[in-house]
Design a binder for this molecule. Sequence first.
Ligand SMILES: NC(=O)c1ccc[n+]([C@@H]2O[C@H](COP(=O)([O-])OP(=O)(O)OC[C@H]3O[C@@H](n4cnc5c(N)ncnc54)[C@H](O)[C@@H]3O)[C@@H](O)[C@H]2O)c1
Length: 350
Amino acid sequence: MTPHKTIAVNASVKYDIVLGNGIAKEIAPLLKNVLGSCRLAILTDDKVDGLYGKKIETLLNEGGYDTVKFVIANGEESKNSTNLMEFINFMAEHKLTRKDAVIALGGGVVGDMAGFAAAVYLRGIKFVQIPTTLLAAVDSSVGGKTAIDIAAGKNLMGAFHQPSLVCCDTDMLKSLDTNVMRDGYAEVIKYGVIADRELFDKLKSQTEDINAIVARCVEIKRDIVEADEFDTGQRQLLNFGHTIGHAIELLSDFTITHGSAVAKGMLIAARIGAVLGMEDCSAAIKEVLERYGFDLSCPYSAEEIYEVALSDKKRSGGQITLVIPERIGKCILHKTACENLLKLLKEIEL
Ligand SMILES: NC(=O)c1ccc[n+]([C@@H]2O[C@H](COP(=O)([O-])OP(=O)(O)OC[C@H]3O[C@@H](n4cnc5c(N)ncnc54)[C@H](O)[C@@H]3O)[C@@H](O)[C@H]2O)c1
């Protein structure tokens, strides 16, 4: 068996995250343990399908699984209700039953949509994540948040539905474009700032062990999800850099990628933290983000960011929750009146 690491998640559903180089070769026996024998509907995107679709399907078929495959165009635009309904109808046409399962083979787009389809098809069937981007490996494949985008905004329709297994073959990350890899690193750096100084310091060095990095991030996410599966408290720490980041992403009409926007958001949040009397972590965060090639300039004014940030899901009543680093390795949730955010953004001079 290929050397690998297993991380157990003890949420409302207990499942394992198995990761390592070449671990996808073991997909059929791994599935046998959690699904037994059943039929599988694979959801993937055209790019991932070209790279890994055939290989995974062959491994599943040779392992005794009957499969059907549905391919969507790659990109965020595909995470929509039309594709969701087509995929659900596809499963119905192929007569998948309650004991069958969905396989998400791809990045966060595929994982989010496959998970949501599995949550609602026949009132819920099992699903397994095979994440193929760094972001999906360290973040979206773990924790059971599933969603699609609707006209009113991103991820506004979804469900909590935990996977039965996450199988992360880190060899698959080798084919990622630099920009997609960099976007994933924004989330990795986020984990360092919110929960692990040692991880953060490792990211400053030139030698990275991708398996160790993914494993550590997944452990942090696992701990947070176990403590607050349904996102009513501590899980909001995972939004570090995201409130401002989402505003920047929206203002740019998505020409600034999610990871780049989150990178800018993290630096702004750290600078706000310093104004609020926390340790000033902004120089350290900037250094690591620059090492990964992030452009940290902010092309928008305090007023523009404020207006868009206010329409964010994280707003509640007249208050907004900001995730602020107290120091590297520990963040806090800072609830403040919405208008204070404008004051703070003006104070740090973007
Ligand atoms: N559910 C959650 O908890 C959660 C958390 C964070 C983000 N998300 C969601 O994740 C999505 C973003 O995910 P993403 O960044 O993985 O984007 P993505 O799924 O769009 O993948 C990015 C690009 O990489 C390509 N790709 C995927 N794997 C590849 C591989 N191994 N080699 C070469 N190319 C590959 C894809 O085809 C796509 O073009 C967003 O929709 C976001 O809302 C969800």
